[in-house]
Design a protein around this ligand. Structure first.
Ligand code: ADP
Length: 398
């Protein structure tokens, strides 16, 4: 069966077409993205095993963008399909599923209405996700659609870990609680880690470290998320490219008073001007920071803070898990930066986490990087959210 995976951002559509002959028997047959939707000069990229293609044209909205994607997929010269009807199902990344969805769902009117209701909790993400769903319904009415939620994997977090110590009425009134994000990535790498270790996910306790532009760690007990560092929004937790992660909440009140910031300005500081770029003052990209660190104090400081806070989360999650079998590093930083992985693990030897410097040089492929006498296995696993979405879509529509 052919499954189209769609990930709609505010001005982008990422897509991947997979042929699935079973949950473990799959192949990507085409993939790409459309950028600058709603801005002049949108660009489509398209890649297959044998070719790569890019074009520009104006694209007013997500529906026009998806129509273009289908046009290319079914193009007589460069396409991999002869007709849209060969797309058997569509899997959508949806950022927020609220409290209701703890698994992926086949989309019907009721599910779509709940996703619409969650838009208030994810105002930047859910609206484009909804546009993508509506566009695919119109363009491929024969294909069932599945929503795969970033929040769903964290649906197993216990109440005492998701309720904030704020007046309880705000949870009841506004749904203020920890939801967690990157769930599709955490679930994917936890399942792959189990496979690498020759165990079932239900037999393992893991800490999965998703470190890309956004960063979140998850404590996984017996295959289920029991705590995660992102909270009500993807702002909480570790140090990110431009987001602050944990701060004393009073700082916000203090700064709004001192600097006269509006809500919008304060939001910009927390989301866009903090984290690695805020500390270093030079870049949000850890590659630049690593290069500058030997001669630049604030770049080095950013690296030190990243590792220090990561260690604190690993220690906290080790404490709540009791037994720890493995740690997984994934996403841009986790898959590539041997320096940051080393900095994080250094000093954790007394709790059984020992990495091997030679094995730690690995990049972008599945590997154990722990030494032979490390009690805890340490792994690098490239994340693959698209594949996880395709597998769920296959499971729910097959
Ligand atoms: P996103 O979270 O935006 O989807 P990624 O997971 O690809 O993106 O992560 C991107 C980030 O990964 C970059 O901003 C950069 O900080 C980091 N990164 C990528 N490659 C390297 C590398 N070789 N060394 C250090 N950091 C890297």
């Amino acid at each position: 069966m052919n499954i189209l995976v769609v990930n709609c951002g505010s001005s982008t559509v990422k897509y991947e077409l997979l042929r699935m002959d079973g949950e473990t028997d799959n192949k990507v047959i085409a993939k790409g993205l459309v950028e600058r939707i709603g801005i002049s000069g949108a660009r489509l990229e398209y890649k297959t095993d044998s070719q790569s293609y890019a074009r520009e044209r104006d694209v007013s909205d997500h529906r026009v963008a998806l129509k273009w994607v289908i046009e290319v997929l079914t193009d007589p010269e460069i396409g991999v399909l002869t007709h849209t009807s060969e797309i058997d199902a569509v899997g959508h990344r949806v950022v927020h599923g609220g409290e209701r969805f703890t698994d992926s769902m086949v989309i019907n009117e009721d599910v779509l209405n709940t996703i619409r209701a969650c838009a208030e909790l994810a105002p930047l993400n859910n609206p484009p996700n909804i546009l993508g769903i509506e566009a695919c319904q119109a363009l491929m009415p024969q294909a069932p659609e599945v929503a795969v939620f970033d929040t769903a994997f964290h649906g197993t977090i216990p109440e005492y870990a998701y309720i904030y110590a704020l007046p309880y009425e705000y949870y009841e009134k506004y749904g203020i609680r920890r939801y967690g994000f990157h769930g599709t990535s955490h679930r994917y790498v936890a399942e792959r880690a189990a496979r690498m270790m020759g165990k079932k996910p239900s037999e393992l306790n893991l800490i999965t470290c998703h470190m890309g532009g956004g960063v979140s760690f998850t404590a996984v007990r017996n295959g289920k998320s029991v705590d995660t560092s992102m909270g009500f929004t993807p702002l909480e937790g570790l140090v990110m490219g431009t987001r602050c992660g944990d701060v004393d909440p009073y700082i916000l009140l203090y700064l709004m008073d001192k600097e006269g910031f509006s809500l919008k300005e304060m939001d910009q500081v927390l989301q866009k001007k903090s984290g690695v770029i805020g500390i270093s003052g030079m870049s949000s990209d850890t590659r630049d920071i690593e290069e500058a660190a030997p001669t630049n104090h604030r770049a080095q400081l950013a690296l030190d803070i990243i590792a220090y806070r990561a260690k604190k989360y690993i220690g906290a999650y080790y404490a709540i898990l009791g037994e720890l079998d493995g740690i997984v590093f994934t996403a841009g930083i986790g898959e590539n930066s041997s320096l940051i992985r080393r900095n994080i693990c250094q000093g954790l030897e007394p709790i059984g986490i020992i990495i091997d410097p030679e094995r730690n040089t690995v990049r972008r492929k599945e590997a154990f990087i722990n030494s032979d006498h490390s009690k805890v296995k340490v792994m690098v696993i490239p994340t693959n959210e698209e594949l996880m979405i395709a597998i769920d879509t296959y499971r729910l529509t097959h």
